[in-house]
Design a protein around this ligand. Structure first.
Ligand code: FAD
Length: 552
């Protein structure tokens, strides 16, 4: 048996509960105390929106463990409703307050793991203290929102179009409320590139969510039986309740007051061993700054998977194991009504911001064999290094099959794979599940074609910069249903017979619906000496870029 270690964990949910349970599995005789300010430990934060929407019917389903169950299984001394007020580093003590009795006391530690999470941001707007304005972080938060909905609330304003905002918008609509969503940027889901969220905007509007993009709440006004969110644009949105979901800030008060190093983004600074600037104190989860494992540097990336893995690593380290955290790539996914949107690695905007060289392709393959019933298109954006083809990031929108493709690409990024590796991946195929050329292989083929010079591509946002002839190689009926202004329609199958209609003195920009016929056209014409650019992702991707701007 090892010497008796006294481990204190602050925060008893994702990172904290994982660290404490792992610690026990590594040491049967350590003393392990978990302090949790709230009344619940180890609850399913990520399930809260679905509880409000009644997709998760039973409140108990959210409570994964209790202090009693954690004691029974792991002999953890879990103290719920107990807040750690201060870390007295010189004495190796924490000062805690029992929030029920008000009693304050100190507990000694040999090692301390901090997993205090993040707090929802509440901007200092006039009227922000109104009792009908809620954030969603804890089970009691969800109880309050659900009680309003159960009590007959009809109109909700959701402020912030990130993951939680979208999940709440959907679940409140599911409960029959009128929902308005206000987002400061001109797109929802800020971590994604804008053209990739166009289908999300359409999905939200299609399900009756009133989208107010590029606008912000200026103030809240009290009304009889409700309140009004007054936007900067002057729009007034009357509501029975408001859900604020404009982001979170890391809970660093304890750490900062104890003099632990805080990183440039305002999170607790830790090394790859999850150790803070004090060698006896570790920190994990939403409160810490992580290394961005794609573009380098540190970032705040508050996600459940990283928090859980970091908790495990911190416990390993406390008990002498050499585990290391190798950074976060931000793999995440959200369902918005019938649509799924997922991301892994760096976005184009991040790569551009940090000056990291990149190329991109868009493809729109079916999620499984086109001839098998229920085939639906995916939109995949793949970002990769032009020098060596290394995969840097991916974003996918679609109905089914988004989750498995993003996870394959997340694994590829973690493994340092290139687009040439994607071409070679052998993925499970039968008609109901995929295609003999899986969308992941297709993304690899298309990207590799670009890198090998088999086809030159152009992106929708660069079309204006090319003085060329725009040729729509789709069928005439597709062309008449909608096309890029100024384009001439010559279907790909007619191209070889209508070469005399093409100018030989300027580049040809060819496009089709998704990029595939455009590629075939490009190959036909390139081999005849023309300079040809294929529009990556075709008209579908073009719409992603410009549908919002041309919306009437
Ligand atoms: P938490 O799990 O928040 O735990 C921190 C705990 O520390 C809190 O319970 C807090 O009360 C306690 N605490 C803080 N200070 C003290 C103190 N001084 N003394 C005692 N206790 C203290 N992530 C995903 O990856 N996918 C999702 O789908 C997803 N959905 C989400 C939906 C919602 C509504 C929310 C709120 C979050 C969601 N997340 C999701 C994020 C994910 O839940 C967090 O990244 C994760 O819980 C972070 O773990 P943590 O241990 O750092 O913090």
């Amino acid at each position: 048996m090892d010497t008796v270690m006294r481990l204190i964990v602050v925060g008893g949910v994702a990172g904290g509960a994982t660290a404490a349970a792992r610690a026990r599995r590594l040491s049967e005789n350590a003393e392990i105390i978990v302090f949790e300010r709230g009344e619940h430990v180890s609850f399913a934060n990520c399930g809260l929106p679905y509880y409000v929407g009644q997709e998760i019917a039973e409140r108990e389903s959210l409570l994964l463990e209790t202090p009693e169950s954690l004691h029974a299984r792991y002999r953890l001394d879990v103290r719920a409703r107990t807040e750690v007020l201060a870390i007295e580093r010189a004495e190796h003590c924490v000062r805690a307050r029992d929030l029920e009795s008000g009693r304050e006391y100190t507990e000694r530690y040999d090692r301390l793991i901090l997993s205090p999470g993040a707090a929802p941001i509440r901007p200092p707007l006039p009227g922000i203290e109104h009792p009908r304005i809620f954030s969603l972080r804890t089970v009691p938060d969800s109880d309050k929102i659900k009680a309003m909905v159960d009590g007959g609330a009809r109109r909700a304003v959701v402020v912030g179009g990130g993951f939680i905002g979208l999940e709440m918008a959907e679940n409140l609509r599911r409960r029959g409320l009128e929902v308005a969503l206000v987002e400061l940027l001109d797109q929802v889901m800020p971590p994604f590139d804008k053209e990739m969220v166009t289908p999300v905007h359409e999905e939200l509007r299609g399900h009756g969510v009133a989208l107010h993009l590029a606008d912000a709440v200026a103030q809240f006004e009290d009304e009889q039986d409700g309140l009004t969110a007054v936007l900067k644009s002057g729009t007034r949105l009357p509501a029975d309740l408001v859900v604020l979901s404009i982001g979170v800030r890391p809970e660093t008060t304890l750490a900062a007051e104890a003099g632990l190093e805080i990183g440039p983004h305002g999170g607790i600074h830790v090394g790859d061993d999850m150790r803070t600037s004090d060698p006896d104190i570790y920190a994990v989860g939403d409160a810490v700054e992580v290394r961005d494992c794609v573009v380098g540097g540190t970032a705040l990336i508050p996600l459940a998977g990283p928090a859980n893995r970091q908790g495990r690593i911190a416990a390993d380290r406390v008990f002498g194991r050499e585990s290391e955290y190798h950074g976060t790539q931000g793999t995440s996914i959200v369902r918005v009504f019938g649509l799924t949107l997922a991301l892994t690695g760096a976005s184009e905007k991040t790569l551009t911001r940090v000056g990291h060289a990149h190329e991109k392709v868009y493809i729109h393959p079916m999620q499984h064999a086109g001839y098998y019933p229920g085939a639906e298109r995916l939109t995949i954006k793949l970002l990769f290094s032009p020098a060596d083809g290394k995969v840097l990031g991916a974003q996918i929108a679609g109905q089914e099959g988004v989750d498995k493709r993003i996870d394959v690409l997340a694994t590829a990024i973690r493994a340092g794979m290139t687009v040439y590796d994607l071409e070679e991946l052998e993925l499970a195929y039968a008609p109901p599940f995929g295609s003999a050329k899986d969308p992941i292989n297709m993304a690899g083929f298309v990207a590799a074609n670009v890198l090998k010079g088999d086809v030159e591509i152009i992106h929708a946002d660069a079309l204006e910069q090319v003085e060329g002839e725009l040729i729509d190689v789709r069928k005439p009926d597709e062309h008449s249903e909608g096309h890029i202004p100024g384009s001439r329609n010559i279907p790909v199958d007619d191209l070889r017979d209508r070469l005399d209609e093409l100018p030989a003195d300027k580049p040809l920009v060819v496009y089709c619906q998704i990029g595939l016929r455009g590629y075939v056209a490009a190959r036909i014409l390139t081999q005849r000496g023309y300079t040809v650019l294929n529009l990556s992702g075709g008209f579908n991707t073009y719409r992603g870029y410009f549908a919002e701007a041309t919306r009437s």
